[in-house]
Design a protein around this ligand. Sequence first.
Ligand code: SF4
Length: 399
Amino acid sequence: MARYSYSRLDTYASCPLKYKFQYLDRVKVDVGPSVEAFLGSRVHDALEWLYRQVQLGFTPSVDEVFARYKEAWDAEWADNVRIVRRGMASDAYRGLGVRCLELYCARHAPFAGEIVLGLEMPFSISLDEGTELHGFIDRLTKRDGDIYEVHDYKTSGTLPEPEEAARDVQAGLYALATRSRFTHAREVRLVWHYLRFDERLVTTRSPEELDALRADTLRRIREIEWAAEFPPRESALCAWCEYSGICPAKGHRRMLATHPENRHLGEPGVVLVDRLAKLKAELKETTARLETEITQVEAALVAYARDRGFAVVAGTEAEAAVTEEETLIFPAAGDPVRAELEGRLRRLGLWESCAGVGLDKVKKLVRDGDLSEEARGEILGLARVEPKVTVRLRRRTEE
Ligand code: SF4
């Protein structure tokens, strides 16, 4: 039985190589958690402890929650916890956790009005015969008899838009798990607590949305199982990746970091990349310059041909055919006049033959179609006439 979790799927989506390191090769790296992950775990621990007291019939004070949090922070802190953001110290993160708990307690004390069914509650759902999805729900509660609420605590520094929350895959999977277990539930609410902002985003999922999510999750799992390549996908998240020390996308930069800066210039990789960048820049500049010159020469050629009444101007090996014609410009999609044109074509019984107003077909119809002068005039009334000059270069033909 293949077992997947939301974080496993999310890891593959963010970087297939990281997925391979973590879940396929199970590479062990000697780095600690990021401070953000450490903070999240300590806040989750404190809230789990709080609700365990509530389950036992006690209501801890805010000071007791803080004390529990600080004690765990100090006991668990290790020198290998990684602080990625420059200028941030561990105390700042420790204080952030206190603030999250302070805001949460101020809003939810005395933590009553719900029945706590589970804390850090494991779940497992069968997606098909050979695939299982598992995870942990931070807190599952019941209220008003048969309304179930899945609570998840977030200590991240970004607050999603309501539309993003309504599409959140993790929340959807937790709804699927809750619906599978509590089939009689009248409603399953997904309550995502963004602790830093003192915001709760509450969403639900319809049975159709859950069916679609189940199918999409299976599709994503099949994609992972069939993957033959696991390329690195660099993003801002690399700064927090525990595998950056062995990642080939970072290997050269890692090597350069061990060199004094003045030795970079001669390093073969640096030399090749610098040369390639220079050539690409030159190509771009040359292309732009040539395009400008071509436009100027074409304009001069048109003036020369017009002055002397030539339609073709001969060079040594090539010749340029200069044509000047009037072209019809019909209103583009989104232009208010376009709707008028469409209405007029329908009224004249020409809509079908224009295949839903393909503008080239309308032009052909006006030019060659079997139209009354009145109909032609009506359509032309909605078009602009613009001169169109074309210069076509071809091999010189001998007389
Ligand atoms: S450092 Fe970036 S690219 Fe490399 S494995 Fe980690 S997330 Fe992927």
